[in-house]
Design a protein around this ligand. Structure first.
Ligand code: SF4
Length: 519
């Protein structure tokens, strides 16, 4: 753990809160200091949920540390049960409470409540939020579904029983990126394939629903960070296979349909499969064939986020939009191996870090035309004057839009097209600004139109800060170059001049360097 201004993931108990908040009739008692109630705001303010999370904080203070904090915890559990009457209770400690070693699991067990109590041991100093969510989901599912596992005989395939195939959907979780819209999209897609949906979890599932997880033929894993561990356990317990394709992007959605069809026992050429693969609502291929799209070909894109979204974004950028991936990274250390493999495919160095300052340095060095990232990269890109679209948690309030905006399925591909292309087309407007640069509204010192009064650092304005190196006339010419390539043009020219001992840089040097680098 480190002190920082920004963090990609909170401590693991925030992950546990995301699971408890997603489930129904579950209450979480968190042994924690007074300040920890800040976590409520993540759900009520950022996600705009109508109710605060089902969490009771013990909120011990400094003066309590000399007294009996264990008694404080037991009273909180007893009071929470009496007040909320949950079907299942989760207990655990936050980072600071972990240090006082009160053993929340043992203390709650001693109360002999008439409901299952799941103790969560989340090592706050080694693990983070997504790991905490994954582990909490797994522990709660184990507690609810294990009794059924022993009693239930193996179920014959749907085709031999003459029934519709049945699947569970695993992974949608509070505070996730576009999870509600993704779920609606995937439910509709499975419906068109004729596949019935048993349990969606954790979102909206009660403990009684989790007990039914073993009834399905297979599991659809939408977010591996959250649900992979649980899906592996369900496979061991009930022999349920799970999907491995995350349906983000046109190609991945088609592979997902094929994978789901195979798991359901549907023939690849069954009418429902063929109709689903056709993707009648899909508009992205239309764009890819249009004249406009050539403007974007090989535009440099830098991608950073959680594993699921960043890997999918790189695939779409490269295979479906013709962009050039110049950087790819994640804060999800558990998926570092997948990232190394992906980075090799794109011929770039993988960036696996949770240090946003390192991410900022890498973005500045890569000089992309577009950044696809989290809320952090949105800030970084704004500072550097580079267009940006958000593709992954952590996210802010504007990333929970009121309208339907999935990232998964064919409608998700349409939404991605809109969200990514628009910032780049705003860049295209800069060409017009350049053409009309003598107009009073579009003078050369004007910042990019979509960045308001902000003056980007990556594309220095036309001020001659070092007169020994650039003559004014050359700087004025440099300022005519569109902002998203101006920084690169400047560096190339300075490199060209330095290698030849040229100083100051004149208009002629600028043109010579341009000719040199275009060969
Ligand atoms: S216990 Fe952990 S999450 Fe809570 S205030 Fe302290 S450091 Fe932050």
């Amino acid at each position: 753990m480190q002190l920082t201004l920004w963090t990609y993931e909170g401590p693991p108990h925030i992950g546990a809160m995301r699971i408890a908040t997603s489930l129904q009739n579950v209450h979480y008692v968190l042994h924690s200091p007074q300040g920890d109630t800040y976590a409520d705001l993540l759900f009520t303010m950022i996600e705009r949920r109508e109710a605060r999370p089902p969490v009771t904080y013990t909120t011990f203070q400094a003066r309590d540390l000399g007294a009996d904090t264990a008694a404080l915890f037991k009273n909180s559990v007893r009071d929470a049960y009496a007040r909320f009457k949950p079907d299942l209770m989760v207990v655990g400690a936050s980072c600071t409470a972990e240090l006082i070693q009160d053993d929340p699991g043992g203390l709650a067990h001693a109360l002999a409540l008439p409901i299952p109590v799941v103790p969560l041991e989340l090592p706050a100093y080694q693990k983070k939020e997504n790991w905490g969510a994954s582990e909490s989901f797994y522990q709660i599912v184990r507690a609810c579904a294990r009794p059924a596992a022993a009693a239930r005989p193996a179920r014959p395939p749907a085709s031999t029983e003459g029934r519709r195939p049945l699947c569970n959907i695993l992974g949608p979780t509070a505070l996730g990126f576009r999870y509600r819209d993704d779920l609606r999209e995937i439910k509709a897609l499975l419906g068109r394939l004729g596949i019935a949906i048993g349990v969606v979890a954790p979102l909206g599932a009660a403990p009684a629903d989790l007990a039914r997880l073993g009834e399905a033929d297979f599991n659809v894993v939408l977010y591996p960070e959250i649900a992979h561990l649980t899906a592996q356990w369900l496979q061991r317990q009930f022999g349920q296979p799970a999907t491995t394709t995350v349906p983000i992007g046109v190609g991945a959605t088609r592979r997902f349909i094929a994978e789901v069809a195979a798991l359901s026992g549907l023939a690849p050429d069954a009418p429902s499969v063929t109709a689903a693969l056709a993707g009648s609502t899909l508009r992205l291929p239309w764009y890819s064939r249009s004249v406009d799209s050539t403007y974007l070909t090989d535009k440099r894109v830098f991608i950073f986020g959680d594993a699921t979204h960043a890997l999918a974004a790189a695939r779409i950028a490269c295979d479906e939009l013709g962009l050039a991936v110049v950087g790819i990274g994640t804060y999800s250390r558990e998926f570092a191996r997948d990232f190394r493999a992906a980075a090799e495919t794109y011929g770039v160095k993988p960036l696996i870090t949770d240090d946003y300052l390192e991410v900022e340095r890498e973005i500045a060095a890569a000089e992309p035309a577009l950044v696809l990232g989290t809320q952090m990269e949105r800030h970084i890109a704004k500072r550097l004057g580079i267009p940006c679209a958000v593709i992954s948690a952590p996210i802010h309030v504007q990333d929970f839009p009121a309208h339907h905006a999935p990232y998964m399925g064919f409608e998700g591909a349409n939404a991605i097209f809109d969200a990514w292309i628009q910032p780049l087309m705003m860049g295209l407007e800069e060409h017009l600004l350049t053409m009309f640069r003598e107009d009073f509204e579009f003078h050369t010192a004007a910042p990019p139109s979509h960045l308001g009064r902000y003056v980007p650092q990556a594309s220095p304005p036309a001020a001659n800060t070092d007169p020994t190196r650039w003559v004014d006339e050359a700087l004025r010419e440099l300022a005519k170059i569109p902002f998203f390539v101006r920084g690169k043009a400047r560096r190339n020219t300075e490199k060209f001049a330095a290698e030849r001992g040229i100083s100051p840089i004149t208009l002629e040097t600028l043109y010579d360097a341009k000719a040199h680098f275009s060969h």
